[in-house]
Design a binder for this molecule. Structure first.
Ligand code: GLU
Ligand code: MG
Length: 439
């Protein structure tokens, strides 16, 4: 009997390392697998980005289920007779079918449920992705240049087409400031969907790049000293009826009281959030002054170096400003899981609402030109300057540790400190090269 090539579906999750891991099975069994998924192991969450498990609180014990979610499918059919690539995102459940403490998607769902239960609010979000690709032509002065797109059209066109074929709504694709650096955005969506889409987009980008013989990297710093790849997380708040509520024409920075408290919660926990949003040793090579990322814990209107940026909107007649009004968290990068990043922002924002925190100081200009005393007066904090510092700040932030819960908090700190120990002797240039391949 002739062999008939079969399609494999991989059910997968985005984990602490920000990697997408899973297990495959024949596509013909997808419908039955939608119920119980595939077996999964607690210690898998401890596999770091280098593929190692320096330490694990779970040992070799325990069993879980990785179960496909509705609308989690990614299908990449290149229409050239090559095998169709299929993946489906999953939730990690206990054998009793409940959310596992370290299921990051489940963690985001629960953060959003808490926000909605306590405040009636939901989050709209969108992830901006920057990346480097080894295609196209590099020439001096090509920052933001139209010519940087030349030669990459087949890749770009297929990337956009693959996103659309998988239900995402591509928004922009642009050459960025750095050599061979690009950015892609999709339309905002409800937070859980936005995080699902962020995971999908990166996997789709990697697959399409490979088909075109390119290597693409979302790593925060591909070449040291050159502007990094950020993940800017845009968010806004809507009420049960879908009405935007973060905007108030007369508020500070046009933030409503609830929007201001949400922002203040994020700034209050900024250090701990960095441990989650910028979670690798090289992340802090990107978070440098004057690199359009973030260097201080500040809120500013339309400033690309603020941790929280109030984004622009056209101030012309007929534009519904409240609808377009959104904030952007700029310290994040792609070495983290989008679920975990967004969940922690939501928890911090919710804490700010709960505590009715007042509007943060609206900074203008470079906080680096102020003295430490002036920054303190204005409530402009420092961000951690290394991952080790960020992890200590997370551990010292009782509220943030509480949001993670004991199991995830412990696993996270062990995972990340183990990664730091493993990479401690490697010089930064080499580390950037390693991470560029890992991400
Ligand atoms: N590449 C910058 C970063 O690392 C962002 C540039 C921009 O504002 O788009 O975040
Ligand atoms: Mg950009």
């Amino acid at each position: 009997m002739a062999i008939e090539r079969e399609t494999i579906v991989t059910v997968c999750c985005s984990d602490i390392a920000g990697q997408v891991r899973g297990k495959g099975f024949p596509a013909r069994e997808l419908e039955s697998r939608r119920r119980f998924g595939v077996g999964w192991t607690p210690t898998n969450i401890m596999i770091n980005c280098l593929g190692r498990i320096p330490a694990t609180p779970f040992g070799a014990e325990g069993d879980l289920m990785l179960v496909p979610i509705p609308d989690g499918d990614i299908t990449l059919d290149y229409g050239d007779g090559s095998p169709v690539e299929r993946m489906v995102l999953g939730d990690i459940l206990t054998m009793a079918g409940e959310r596992w403490d370290c299921c990051l998607r489940g963690f985001l769902k629960s953060a959003l449920d808490q926000l909605e239960a306590e405040t009636g609010l939901r989050v709209l979000a969108s992830f901006e992705h920057e990346f480097w690709i080894d295609g196209g032509e590099e020439r001096p002065g090509d920052s933001y240049a139209a010519s940087s797109l030349r030669g990459l059209e087949p890749f770009i066109g297929d990337f956009i087409g693959a996103l659309r074929a998988n239900g995402l709504s591509p928004d922009t694709f642009l050459p960025e400031y750095g050599p061979r650096q690009y950015e892609i955005t999709v339309d905002p969506a409800l937070a859980l969907q936005a995080a699902d889409e962020a995971v999908k987009l990166r996997e789709i980008g990697r697959s399409v790049a490979r088909r075109h013989g390119h290597h693409l990297s979302f790593s925060p710093v591909v070449t040291r000293g050159i502007v990094g790849n950020g993940v800017h997380i845009h968010f806004s708040l809507i009420d049960a009826a879908g009405k935007p509520v973060a905007y108030a024409a007369d508020g500070p920075g046009k933030l409503s009281p609830v929007g201001a408290s949400f922002a203040a919660g994020i700034l209050k926990h900024a250090k701990a959030l960095c441990a989650i949003a910028a979670p690798s040793a090289i992340s802090y090579e990107r978070l440098k002054p004057h690199s359009w990322s973030a260097y201080y814990a500040n809120l500013a209107d339309r400033d690309r170096e603020a941790l929280l940026r109030i984004c622009p909107y056209p101030e012309v007649e007929g534009v519904d400003v409240a609808k377009r009004f959104n904030l952007e968290f700029r310290a994040a990068d792609a070495t983290a899981s989008p679920y975990l990043q967004l969940a922690m922002l939501v928890h911090a924002g919710l804490a700010g609402i709960r505590e009715k925190l007042p509007a943060p100081y609206l900074s203008s200009g470079d906080p680096g030109t102020l003295t430490q005393e002036q920054r303190d007066e204005r409530g402009i904090g420092d961000l951690p300057r290394t991952l080790a510092e960020a992890l200590d700040a997370l551990q010292a932030d009782r509220a943030a540790m509480g949001w993670l819960g004991p199991v995830l908090a412990n696993a996270y700190l062990i995972h990340k400190r183990g990664e730091l120990d493993m990479t401690a002797g490697i010089d930064m240039d080499e580390l950037c090269r390693i991470y560029a391949r890992a991400y």
